[in-house]
Ligand binder design. Sequence first.
Ligand code: G3D
Ligand code: MG
Length: 201
Amino acid sequence: MYTLLSGLVRYMLKKDEYNILILGLDNAGKTTLLEHTKIKFTSGYTGKPFHKITATIGLNIGKISAMGVELLFWDLGGQDELQSLWDKYYSECHGIVYVVDSLDENRVDDSRLAFEKMITNEHLIGVPLLFLCNKQDMQGCLSVNQIREAFSDSATKMGKRDCSVRGVSALHGQGIEDAIVWLTQAVVKNNETRPPINKDD
Ligand code: G3D
Ligand code: MG
């Protein structure tokens, strides 16, 4: 009886889980974004000091609960040699966050090339995309419109998918909450095509 009841409680409390990839060039702010996302969505979590975030070798993983589901974030290293590992994660991901460093004008085109290679991958067809122009707190950064312009060639290669382009500051947390809420709604909306993990267990 106890086993039956505890199994029922476990079943009722179980949340659908979605894999979210955080991609972008190194130094774009991916790990900072993940840290601020955890702070915004985890009550009582105050995070580690941002200056202690070091370059990601390999990957960081973080989980949050939002709007009745769980999001498991995979923050993958963005260095050239690590980009070749991104596609190993595509077939099992439900949503993509692509982070651009709005301060690094010199590497915007490198970022566009990495983005186009990623977004045209057949394993990502239809997967919702949250495109973040990060570091908008910094004076002299590229505006969201300037980054849109720099990525305008990519627009035709995106295929049919939900997409939101936003300016944020991962460091100060500006725009993060709304952006993650949007992404959560988008992956849930897409769940016929990409069912969550554990849905039918
Ligand atoms: P990555 O994981 O994409 O490689 P990180 O990037 O999260 O490690 O961030 C790289 C650097 O950018 C860090 O600075 C971090 O503090 C800074 N950064 C990240 N997001 C923002 C932002 O929104 N605004 C500003 N001003 N800086 C940001 P350091 O100096 O530690 O290398
Ligand atoms: Mg990192």
